[in-house]
Design a protein around this ligand. Structure first.
Ligand SMILES: C[S@@+](CC[C@H](N)C(=O)[O-])C[C@H]1O[C@@H](n2cnc3c(N)ncnc32)[C@H](O)[C@@H]1O
Length: 282
């Protein structure tokens, strides 16, 4: 299993000693949670992915200080009933999700157009690509993918689906590649996949909702740590922290986002794009 990103920094900032409860809002395969438990904290582990939760339950089958909740973190207030000492958000998809062709997240494998982190939600990438209007697709590609050929690609998608429903990630990749100039193909495919994934999982909207709830659920002195992997998420976190600081609710601990060390980035490519921000409740 992959090493958790920026583990040392996360543990140091969350101060997970005995008697403290940390909510790991993105439990995944429990890498961060294991370290928090090892320091003596109680952990409430949340994930919307049934596979991740099942694997973590097995991993911590003897764990007395951890509880598991399958939920979306945008629903924190219904999950967490008492004020708590810390929240961790290690955003995005796990390497497990990416490495499973059948989940449809990866540009490397051919798989169904799925991209749902929560396998029980109705909206998948297939509906987004086949049912959204070209204008809606263009907006998503521009806003969530920051893709400058968004219009061209949206038109190409609209053209392709008139002939046949788009069903696989391989088909999507081919449509994108054909629609744009040669030298940018790989980058653009990644951006379009990112854009669709953000739309399918409502990532930015849910992050904003979760942060607002987490702040209310924190004890004074409690901390939020967010690790994000693309600039849209990081911008949202930064903006949220700055607003809370202005309102006197949070103190920002990381004036600039922390990034992974050169050694960590070399060992774990996922860490390369990681940005960690931390704030403390006043
Ligand atoms: C980067 S992985 C976390 C890895 C974890 N920190 C570890 O050490 O194994 C992100 C996890 O968060 C989950 N996730 C992402 N967005 C979520 C949301 N809105 N609500 C609940 N879980 C979410 C994903 O399903 C995935 O398992």
């Amino acid at each position: 299993m992959h090493t958790p990103v920026m583990l040392e920094e996360t543990v140091k900032l969350l101060k997970p000693g005995a008697g403290r409860t940390i909510v790991d809002c993105t439990l995944g395969f429990g890498g961060h949670a294991a370290a928090l438990l090892a320091e003596g904290a109680m952990v409430i582990g949340i994930d919307q992915d049934a596979d991740a939760l099942a694997a973590s339950k097995q991993k911590f089958s003897n764990g007395e200080r951890i509880t598991f909740v399958r939920a979306n973190f945008s629903d924190l207030k219904n999950v967490i009933r008492e004020k708590t000492d810390g929240f961790l958000f290690d955003l995005g998809v796990s390497s497990y999700q990416i490495d499973r062709p059948e989940r449809g997240f990866s540009i490397r494998y051919d798989g169904p157009l799925d991209m749902r982190m929560d396998q029980s939600q109705p909206l998948s990438a297939r509906e987004v690509l086949n049912d959204y209007s070209p204008e809606e697709l263009e907006k998503i590609f521009f806003e969530y993918g920051e893709e400058r050929f968004g219009r061209r690609i949206a038109r190409a998608v609209a053209g392709a689906r008139q002939i046949k429903e788009i069903a696989t990630t391989g088909e999507l990749k081919e449509i994108v590649e054909k629609a744009i100039p040669t030298w940018r193909k790989r980058e653009s495919v990644s951006r379009i996949f990112q854009a669709i994934r953000i739309e399918v999982n409502g990532e930015l909207d849910r992050l904003n909702k979760a942060l607002a709830q987490a702040v209310e659920l924190l004890k004074p002195g409690g901390r939020i740590v967010v690790i994000s992997y693309h600039s849209l998420e990081d911008r949202a976190v930064k903006k949220f922290f700055v607003e809370c600081k202005k309102n006197g609710i949070l103190e920002v601990i990381t004036k600039k986002p922390l990034t992974a060390s050169i050694a960590e980035s070399a060992a774990n490519p996922r860490a390369k794009s990681a940005k960690l921000r931390c704030a403390e409740k006043k």
